[in-house]
Write a protein that binds this ligand. Structure first.
Ligand SMILES: C[S@@+](CC[C@H](N)C(=O)[O-])C[C@H]1O[C@@H](n2cnc3c(N)ncnc32)[C@H](O)[C@@H]1O
Length: 304
């Protein structure tokens, strides 16, 4: 018999499954539109484990393009830093959901830490251990805004070596100004060694110039309703403001990286999106590296 994950009574169980499915958007989009490895294995696992027949997505079909571009762009930076630093590099992924960044890294890093809320963290750990025997991954379950979580991180991170902390589909989309300030305060002491960085994705939320476009409007309305998060549409911000804000919060210069292109019909939006990188660049060596990555991304398209 199939084991369902949580679950005290049937009503809880149903709600919980829907909630988990909503956070699995990216893995379904990557499976449908890219050749990124391990996506089918992870979606099959979720479908079996949760006892669902199909996925429940938080975004529209058009927004799948944004999700695919976001994942690939972040991965291009992780891969570049992993090949530079290898086993000296430590990566911390915030609200990792079911994305396969760790499994797909070609260069091996020292440590990869995924932090997520309890149920997702346990599910991700279970599927990851089925798919790899690599033992440099650590799963921490808990709230990324809690001190307890960062005390656990403190015990396993070596701040004399580079640390990359990144968030994709969580902080930029759903966190308030105060929560962003809190996450910066909780993480900045880890980012002291040269080459350390806090990397945060862009979001349509930051691009008011696109909000009247019907495709964007439809997508944003759906994300706001499906996520049930009031901040997504409620708190006004902009990319310029975000760059300025993160730069102040980390007391660092900020670089931006253009997104990899995906669905051609969505270029009008994706061309405006930029990854925000707050890099500890003591020797002034990363500006050209990041500019080159950005240039490559602008000329890359992945979509099927
Ligand atoms: C929309 S999903 C994005 C998942 C993944 N990063 C991606 O790009 O597909 C948000 C994820 O962040 C997790 N999350 C949300 N708030 C969190 C918090 N305060 N602490 C830890 N994880 C959180 C959720 O459980 C979920 O896995």
């Amino acid at each position: 018999m199939r084991t369902r994950y949580v679950i005290k009574n049937k009503m809880d169980s149903k709600e919980q499954v829907v909630k988990i499915q909503k956070t699995a958007n990216t893995i379904y989009d990557l499976k449908d539109h890219t050749d990124v490895k391990y996506c089918s294995e992870i979606t099959d696992f979720l479908i079996k484990k949760l006892g669902v027949n199909s996925d429940q997505r938080i975004s529209t079909q058009n927004f799948s393009a944004l999700v695919v571009s976001r994942y690939l762009t972040n991965h291009s930076v992780l891969e570049s830093m992993a090949s530079r630093y290898g086993s000296d590099l430590q990566i911390i992924e915030l609200g990792s959901g079911f994305t396969p960044h760790f499994l797909n890294l070609r260069s091996e890093v020292g440590k990869y830490i995924e932090i997520d809320l309890d149920i997702n963290s346990k599910l991700k750990e279970e599927i990851t251990k089925k798919l790899t025997s690599k033992d440099n991954i650590i799963f921490i379950s808990g709230d990324i805004l809690s001190v307890d979580v960062w005390n656990k991180v403190k015990d396993i991170i070596d701040t004399t070596k580079p640390v990359i902390i990144f968030s994709e589909g969580v902080v930029a989309q759903y966190f308030t100004k105060e929560q962003k300030e809190k996450i910066a305060n909780l993480t900045k002491d880890f980012l002291v060694s040269n080459g350390s960085a806090f990397i945060i994705d862009d979001t349509i939320r930051n691009h008011i110039e696109l909000h009247s476009n019907p495709i964007i409007k439809e997508g944003m309305d759906r994300v706001a309703t499906q996520s049930g998060n009031n901040t997504y549409k409620g708190e006004v911000t902009s990319l310029t403001h975000e760059i300025d804000n993160w730069s102040k919060l980390f007391n660092n210069k900020v670089s931006t990286i253009d997104y990899i292109l995906s669905k051609p019909g969505m270029d009008f939006a994706i061309n405006n999106l930029k990854l925000i990188v707050c890099m500890r660049d003591i020797k002034n060596e990363f500006e050209t590296v990041l500019a080159q990555l950005s240039e490559n991304n602008k000329n890359t398209r992945v979509w099927k």
